[in-house]
Design a protein around this ligand. Structure first.
Ligand code: NAG
Ligand code: NAG
Ligand code: NAG
Ligand code: NAG
Length: 377
């Protein structure tokens, strides 16, 4: 899965004893997850002794981790097996480094909705604990007192109201602040911690989640074609149970086509740029426990599904969009600079990691990204 990339960046000046700060590549799990996926996940280790836990990249301030208690939730509609276990469970009571913030007065969080890269409803405790990861190319990154919300109860809900246990938690990628204080306890946001130690050149990240089904995409061929949005009908995958979107095209079979999204370029009021998501990446399949039999669906979340009081409801593509888009944030650059671009496509060969410097407001690419996708759309 050379298509996926998550890099924590840093500062290329001032090197104390060690080498120049360099970006860390956060390794991806060889397993992908989700009955609405498959979605790639990061391969991380939490606690001391360290436990392997795969988590989706995304979210601010806290990583959201599932504890063994999540497997004990009883509800008639929930399957008795606990698929949640597969990505790894976090048990703060078995980590020597865990600082349970209940004792620092944080209390438990009960009956709340948590928003990371997914909306999970349940109960959680705030914990600070050691996080480590590495791809073997340099000494592993070790983050002390990483901020974690440890979920003791966790459910996701389909538009129909049917609930299921989440399969994977998520790893926070940063926030406007560099750390969190609770009484005298200080929690670390991973990329900020590594930046402050001089391990990486800036407090930033670059992310392209890619697609596990890429090998299929890369082998497609055909002429380039734009399909008008009008040609897509969005229906209901399974009226009785899930009410998710069904994906159907009224046009004749189109092996190579994309959905194009137009964005305003930088602060320009006249220039636009496009990000093209091949249809193939938007035609996913729902599996159990969401539906009884595999059902193709369009991975777009309904405004009613994830609405939070403070953010407007809207249709969202989320991870599905990031299969073909690159997103990055330079948290300290003039007021958190966000980057969005077409990601490298399936024909992109060697991956080139470039440092984001603290004051960078743009990220350069090498070569034409368009060429990487040419056989896909
Ligand atoms: C959880 O909160 C919702 C409202 O947000 C409420 O309807 C429900 O009764 C609460 N559940 C429990 C167990 O307190
Ligand atoms: C984590 O925070 C606790 C409490 O704030 C502190 O006692 C401990 O030394 C910190 N751990 C590390 C590894 O820095
Ligand atoms: C979606 O994928 C399924 C196979 O997974 C295929 O049968 C179907 O034709 C595809 N639909 C579109 C609109 O491409
Ligand atoms: C984008 O806009 C910022 C400020 O508005 C400017 O400093 C930067 O050079 C622009 N980047 C590009 C690639 O045009």
């Amino acid at each position: 899965m050379a298509f996926t990339l998550l890099v924590f960046q840093f500062l290329a000046f001032h090197s104390p004893v060690t080498a120049q700060p360099q970006p860390y590549r956060v390794p991806w799990s060889i397993v992908s997850y989700g009955p609405d996926g498959p979605w790639p996940a990061l391969h991380l280790r939490f606690g001391n002794p360290a436990v392997n836990i795969d988590a989706y990249p995304g979210g601010a301030f806290y990583s959201l981790l599932l504890t063994p208690d999540v497997c004990n939730i009883q509800k008639a509609e929930l399957s008795s097996s606990c698929d949640t276990r597969n990505a790894g469970l976090y048990n703060p009571s078995q980590s020597r480094d865990a600082v349970n913030l209940i004792t620092a007065g944080a209390g438990g969080i009960r009956n709340e909705s948590f928003h990371g890269t997914q909306t999970i409803h349940g109960d959680a405790n705030l914990v600070f604990d050691t996080l480590s990861f590495g791809d073997g190319s340099r000494t592993d990154a070790v983050v002390s007192n990483a901020t974690i919300l440890a979920l003791s109860s966790a459910l996701k809900t389909l538009p129909s109201g049917k609930a299921y246990k989440p399969f994977v938690g998520n790893m926070a990628l940063g926030a406007g602040d560099k750390s969190m204080f609770l009484g005298s306890a200080k929690g670390s946001i991973p990329a900020a911690f590594l930046f402050d130690r001089g391990d990486i050149p800036s407090y930033s990240f670059g992310l392209h989640i890619g697609s596990p089904s890429l090998s299929i995409l890369g082998s497609l061929s055909g002429s380039r074609l734009v399909v008008d949005l009008v040609d897509i009908s969005i229906g209901v995958a399974d009226e009785k149970s899930s009410s998710l979107f069904k994906f159907s095209l009224k046009t004749p079979a189109v092996p190579t086509a994309y959905l194009g999204f137009t964005f305003r370029y930088n602060a320009s009021i006249t220039k636009n740029f496009d990000i093209k998501i091949p249809f193939k990446l938007l035609n996913l399949t729902l599996t159990a426990p969401l539906v009884d039999r595999p059902t193709p669906y369009f991975p777009c979340s309904l405004p009613t599904l994830d609405s939070t009081g403070d953010s407007p409801s809207t249709f969202r593509l989320g991870r599905a969009f990031l299969q073909a888009a690159f997103i990055g944030v330079n948290w300290l650059s003039p007021a958190s600079m966000f980057f969005l671009a077409q990601a490298p496509g399936p024909l992109f060969s060697p991956s080139v990691v470039r440092s984001i410097q603290p004051n960078d407001v743009s990220v350069a690419t090498s070569g034409s990204l368009e060429a990487d996708w040419v056989k896909t759309w």
